[in-house]
Ligand binder design. Structure first.
Ligand code: GUN
Length: 290
């Protein structure tokens, strides 16, 4: 079994990005600039955004964090999005999700200029991704593809089972894994209503688990030699930690790891790659690629 080290791979990629940025700067170009909008004080979102700002520093980017209280109206937030759309110093930006319930997330996503949508959530980017055109690809599926590529894990013609159908992970992952230019796999998507989920998993060469249920993928669901990618990051209470919680993946790691050929740990697998692909998208935005 090979442990897929997302943390080390992400560090390598960030160093590659930083060296490209220093070349750009030496040639008189400006540093890539990522802005993030954070609404409210959700613990998970605070951590994600903090880590995005730290990653910007590691890559030599400029970053701007715009914070708003959770009583901001949708109209006010849309006005902030519009400011960033029109700010030529900003190459790309994200609005950290989830947003408070009184704000329609889809309205906000669709208000973002798709050329600055480094999350790849705008319908133009989602649609272009679905038909294989150049675009911003959302960071988690892009990071998973990059891990598979850097570990030389064959995907062409393999049976890939994706657990979960979210807009952020499951759906784009399925689109990418089926496309010839990316995964070139045979793809099955299972979700909470799937009747044959266990059987599908047992037939899978690659399982990508993104359902947010700690320990959901058990040893009896895994074919020996399968590749396991764990996207789960559920916070579970843990009194022995200073933070009071630990992150738990969707896979029963201790039982499954001995069976498989490759596996991503939680933490230190997919998570660090996600932030790193956001940096890659920001670099692409700064170069006006899409
Ligand atoms: N919330 C959880 N993941 C993400 C992400 O990738 N981007 C944004 N904007 N919000 C998130």
């Amino acid at each position: 079994m090979t442990l897929i080290d997302g943390k080390a791979t992400a560090a390598e990629i960030k160093a590659e990005i930083k060296s490209k940025v220093e070349q750009m700067v030496a040639q008189g170009q400006k540093r890539p600039h990522l802005a993030a909008i954070l609404v409210g004080h959700d613990g998970g979102s605070e951590t994600y955004v903090k880590n995005k700002v730290i990653a910007c520093e590691a890559c030599g980017f400029q970053s701007t964090l715009l914070r708003f209280e959770d009583d901001i109206t949708e109209e006010q937030l849309l006005a902030e999005v519009d400011k960033l759309n029109n700010d030529d110093s900003v190459d790309g930006f994200i609005v950290q999700l989830p947003l408070p319930r009184h704000i329609n997330e889809q309205h906000v996503i669709e208000a973002i200029d798709y050329r600055k949508d480094v999350d790849g959530f705008h319908p133009i980017n989602v649609g272009r991704m679905a038909i294989g055109l150049p675009c911003f690809i959302s960071a988690t599926p892009k990071g998973i593809l990059e891990l598979l590529r850097r570990y030389d894990i064959p995907t062409s013609g393999k049976h890939c089972v994706i657990l979960g159908r979210s807009n952020i992970v499951g759906k784009p992952m399925a689109q990418l894994m089926m496309q010839k230019q990316y995964g070139d796999s045979t793809v099955t998507v299972c979700h909470s209503r799937s009747k044959t989920l266990k059987e599908e998993c047992r037939r899978a060469d690659i399982i990508i688990a993104a359902i947010g249920q700690p320990g959901f993928v058990t040893a009896d669901m895994v074919k020996p030699g399968a590749v396991i990618v764990d996207v789960g990051t559920t916070r579970v209470p843990d009194a022995s930690r200073k933070s009071g919680f630990r992150l738990s993946g969707d896979v029963d790691f201790d039982a499954v790891a001995p069976l498989c050929s490759y596996i991503t740990p939680v933490p230190g697998g997919v998570g660090p790659m996600t932030i790193c692909m956001l940096m890659q998208n920001t670099l692409d935005a700064a170069q006006g690629l899409y």
